[in-house]
Design a protein around this ligand. Sequence first.
Ligand code: SAM
Length: 261
Amino acid sequence: MNRIVKQSKKVNQQDLEKRVKDMYKKVALQPEVEYHFEMGRKLADRVHYPSKTLDKIPSQAIDSFSGVGYYFDLAQLKKGEVAVDLGSGSGMDAFFAAIEVGETGEVIGIDMTNEQLEKSSNLRDTAGFSQVIFRKSYIEELPIMSNSVDAVISNGVINLSSEKAKVFDEAARILKSGGRLAISDIVTEIKLSENISCDATLWAACIGGAMQIDAYKQLIEDAGLEIVKVKDNPYEFISNSAQGATKQFGIKSVSILAVKK
Ligand SMILES: C[S@@+](CC[C@H](N)C(=O)[O-])C[C@H]1O[C@@H](n2cnc3c(N)ncnc32)[C@H](O)[C@@H]1O
């Protein structure tokens, strides 16, 4: 699978997919290395994931957690529901969702990076989360039937796509009527300048691809989803370059709940 994303003219697309895959291969295999962003249990605790659920999730999945916020309070997953996790990484959120939907539910984790899929699938087998499957796919082209799922969840991923409208259209397509999109993602107060958004390394670190919040919300509404709630998350980037851009452009993490009409 090697798909070149087309829409953005501001970043070299051939470079971008490779950089994102390289970055998250490293996140899967070497979570102890220092990145632009915080990771792991400390981050999960700080953005308010409940400890009692985290304690039931394989620690290797938590070590590679590179989300940007908490949104399960918005998602309100119920026993027996079907949830799809866009950009499931090493699997922490997919396993969290699996605990919430229970053994009668189903969680489908979608990711494009082989090493993330291999790690999450191995952890699923070892921990016995039989209600979870991981599938290799792009989040812009979901291998899932229309009107078939109760919730679409995602954490720190959609900012990485240069085809965000397509991602939200796909989420809306697979959701049942009344289904929920509950996500955490990086957005900006002010549109990023091209020296930031053309930098594929900053893009792969969840900064360069961040969209201005009103434009981001508009894409969700344009897909046919009604935004019910938006909240800011206690999330901070680590590196100096990331912190500089954060101050200049109001880069921040938000959690959003939207419902399919
Ligand atoms: C920031 S990590 C977040 C992973 C996970 N949600 C977590 O919280 O740890 C981004 C993940 O999304 C995947 N990803 C990024 N862009 C993608 C795309 N267009 N299609 C599928 N997966 C993608 C990457 O491979 C990576 O595993």
